[in-house]
Design a protein around this ligand. Structure first.
Ligand SMILES: Nc1ncnc2c1ncn2[C@@H]1O[C@H](COP(=O)(O)OP(=O)(O)OP(=O)(O)O)[C@@H](O)[C@H]1O
Ligand SMILES: [Mg+2]
Length: 380
C-alpha cells in the first residue's frame, strides 16, 4: 500500500518509520515523519478496501469528524493523503500507552486517578455530543495516556456494524465488552450520547477493579452477551468504593433512559464524590507508577543493555562500594612486604660476592687487582 521509493516506504511526502503499529478491521496505523522530521501517525485504509467507494467514504469521514472537534483530548487531524494506491489520514502522533495495557499491568488504580481519566474523557465527549458526534467505540484500546500523562481519545466516529467485530460464529471479540445493549442490537437510531456513557461506566469499573462489570465466557455468542447485558448487573457492594459504584451502576443500565443522561450530569456526580484537588493529587501518584512501569524500567533496561551492565540492586550498590574501597588497599604499601624485598636483595648480593670470590679463588688475586686499579687511577 505504501510506495517504495529508493528503499524508503512513503505515504505521499511522509516517510514510514518501522512496521505498522496496529492493524485493525479497516486500517493499518504507522508512525511517519515529514520532511522537517516531525512525527505523525498515518492511518491507512487496507488495500482491499481502496476501491470500495462506500468503505472509503466512511473511512475518510473520521477525518471530517476530527476536524470538527477542538478539544485537546481528541487526537488532532493533519491532512489526508489520497494518491494512487494509498489513502491515509495523517494524525497527530501521541507518544503514549493504550489504556488496555495500563489496565493489564497496573489496575486497580486509585479512585482519584480513575476519576481523572473519566473526567478528561468527559471533556472530549461534552464537545462531541454537543456537535452531534457519538464516538460509538469508546474502549481502552482507543484511549491513550501520553508519556507526560495527558489523556487522549482516538479512533473517532466510525460507525460500524457490530458484526464486523465478530470472529467465529458463536464467539465474540472483547470489543463487545464496552458496548451498550442497544448498540449490539445494531439499530443505529437507538445509539445516543448515553451509549458512550455506558462505555465510560464499564471502563471506570475496570480501572477500579481490573474486572469487567458483566463477564462473558469464551463460548458466549453475541446473543448471550446481549442477554447478559440486558438482564444482569453487578450486585451493589462488589466494589469497595460505594460512591463510584453507584455512579457506574447508573451508567451501565440496560435501558438508556435509566442511565445518567449526559456528560454534565456525570461530571457533576464524579466531582461530588471527589473534589478536583484530590483528583489531581491522586493522578500524580498514579503517574509515578505509570512512568515506573512503562518508561523508567524500559529506559534503564535499554541503557544497561548498551553498557552490558545490569541495573544495580541496592545489595549490589553495597558490594560496589566495598569493591571501590578495596582498590586503595592494594595500592597502599605493606611494611611486611618491604622487609621481605630487602632480605631478598641482600641475599642476592651476598651470593654474587661469593661467586666472584670463587672465580678468583684467592683473596690475594683480588687484592692485586684492587691495588692495580688504584695505582692506575692515581697515575691519571
Ligand atoms: N494518533 C495516534 N498516536 C499514537 N498511536 C496511535 C494513534 N492512532 C492510533 N494509534 C495506535 O494504533 C491503534 C489502532 O488505531 P485506531 O484505533 O485508530 O485504529 P483501528 O482500531 O485499527 O481502527 P478501525 O477499528 O477503524 O480499523 C491504537 O489502538 C493505538 O495503539
Ligand atoms: Mg481502535
Amino acid at each position: 500500500m505504501a510506495k517504495v521509493i529508493s528503499k524508503e516506504l512513503k505515504f505521499g511526502p511522509y516517510k514510514v518509520l518501522g512496521k505498522a503499529i496496529a492493524t485493525g478491521g479497516m486500517a493499518q496505523v504507522y508512525k511517519v515523519e515529514n520532511a522537517d522530521g516531525e512525527t505523525f501517525v498515518a492511518k491507512a485504509i487496507l488495500p482491499q478496501y481502496l476501491k470500495d467507494r462506500r468503505k472509503k467514504a466512511r473511512f475518510l469521514a473520521e477525518f471530517e469528524y476530527l476536524q470538527k472537534i477542538s478539544s485537546d483530548i481528541v487526537v488532532k487531524p493533519k491532512e489526508i493523503v489520497d494518491e494512487k494506491g494509498v489513502c491515509c489520514l495523517i494524525l497527530e502522533y501521541i507518544d503514549g500507552i493504550e489504556l488496555t495495557k495500563i489496565v493489564k499491568k497496573i489496575a486497580p488504580i486509585n479512585r482519584g486517578a480513575a476519576t481523572h481519566i473519566i473526567l478528561e474523557l468527559c471533556k472530549a465527549l461534552d464537545e462531541c455530543h454537543e456537535k452531534g458526534i457519538y464516538h460509538r467505540d469508546i474502549k481502552p484500546e482507543n484511549i491513550l495516556i501520553s508519556k507526560s500523562g495527558e489523556v487522549r481519545l482516538i479512533d473517532l466516529g466510525v460507525v460500524r456494524h457490530v458484526d464486523t467485530k465478530r470472529t467465529l460464529p458463536g464467539t465474540v471479540l472483547g470489543t463487545l465488552d464496552y458496548m451498550a445493549p442497544e448498540q449490539i442490537e445494531g439499530e443505529r437510531s437507538d445509539v445516543s450520547n448515553t451509549t458512550d456513557l455506558y462505555a465510560l461506566g464499564v471502563i471506570l469499573y475496570e480501572l477500579l477493579s481490573k474486572k469487567l462489570p458483566i463477564r462473558f465466557t469464551a463460548k458466549d455468542g453475541i446473543i448471550d452477551v446481549y442477554k447478559k447485558k440486558r438482564e444482569k448487573l453487578p450486585k451493589p457492594g462488589k466494589l469497595e468504593d460505594l460512591d463510584l459504584e453507584t455512579i457506574i451502576l447508573e451508567l451501565i443500565q440496560a435501558d438508556p433512559s435509566d442511565r445518567i443522561q449526559d456528560v454534565l450530569e456525570l461530571e457533576g456526580k464524579l466531582l461530588k464524590s471527589t473534589n478536583r484537588r484530590k483528583v489531581k493529587k491522586a493522578y500524580k501518584t498514579f503517574l509515578d507508577r505509570f512512568s515506573d512501569t512503562f518508561y523508567e524500567d524500559k529506559a534503564s533496561k535499554k541503557a544497561s543493555q548498551k553498557t552490558g551492565q545490569k541495573k544495580p540492586s541496592p545489595k549490589k550498590d553495597v558490594k560496589q562500594i566495598e569493591e571501590q574501597e578495596s582498590i586503595p588497599e592494594i595500592l597502599v604499601s605493606n611494611p611486611e612486604e618491604h622487609k621481605a624485598f630487602f632480605v631478598m636483595i641482600g641475599f642476592t648480593f651476598i651470593l654474587l660476592v661469593l661467586l666472584v670470590v670463587g672465580h678468583f679463588q684467592n683473596w690475594w688475586d683480588l687484592i692485586g687487582i684492587g691495588s692495580g686499579i688504584i695505582s692506575k687511577v692515581k697515575s691519571l
